[in-house]
Design a protein around this ligand. Sequence first.
Ligand SMILES: Nc1ncnc2c1ncn2[C@@H]1O[C@H](COP(=O)(O)OP(=O)(O)O)[C@@H](O)[C@H]1O
Ligand SMILES: [Mg+2]
Length: 256
Amino acid sequence: MSRRIAIANQKGGVGKTTTAINLGASLAAAGRRVLIVDTDPQGNAASGLGIFERDSKPTVLDALLNRADLEETIRPTDSECLFISPSVPEMIGLERDLLNAKDAPYRLSKAVNRLSDFDFVLFDCPPSLGILTLNALLAAQSILIPVQAEYYALEGLTQLLRAVEYVQKRLGHPLEIEGFLLTMGDSRTRLAADVEAEVRRHFKDKVYRTVIPRNVRLSEAPSRGMPVIEYALASKGAQSYIALARELMLQPAGVR
Ligand SMILES: Nc1ncnc2c1ncn2[C@@H]1O[C@H](COP(=O)(O)OP(=O)(O)O)[C@@H](O)[C@H]1O
Ligand SMILES: [Mg+2]
């Protein structure tokens, strides 16, 4: 049984895609079979893994529209155990495409249930709480929430946690909180330290011990189409995602 984790936060630029790619690559480097499913029409997950060209193979959109099996959308990457199901910009119209479909929020969940075996399936979510994120939350067992260490970080979380509660209580899906991940932390600034303390006070042991620092190698790696562990293994960015992968592997699902 695979661990299926949605990496979500309706705020843009908090490190969702960076986490999907680099957590995925670090888990794969530890020998786990990992699939990243991109549910963001912007499609940054595939390009960050070196897939820049569009080909004729089906995408996540085709799986959501029942035109293809999710299995058919899977591409290999340069990392042996890491695979990606890419999105397409046209996914932005999904809300309209599925207007009359009663099972609209459950399309991805159904598709994932037919997948072959992966140790981890990571859903990279768009910066919104629309139908695509809802599909990811319903397809996942847990949600990993990147939180950028800045003022107002907690504000947006209230809305996100309300969405999680909606999924749990109104839709009856037992979604766990996998963990809160502090990203782009700058340990030298007072602000980052204050935000970290506040997030930890609020969410206690649900916050990963690992903090992802602001690190230029992490922002450079996607333009080379590589996870940071391949681009700059010794960097603080790479080492922090390796530490996060370790934390995640040690923590059985649902225990955090
Ligand atoms: N820890 C980090 N250090 C430096 N740059 C980062 C870090 N995390 C993300 N970035 C950069 O910040 C931008 C937004 O990150 P991204 O992962 O795309 O956010 P999201 O998917 O939440 O919108 C990208 O340009 C990315 O390269
Ligand atoms: Mg993104």
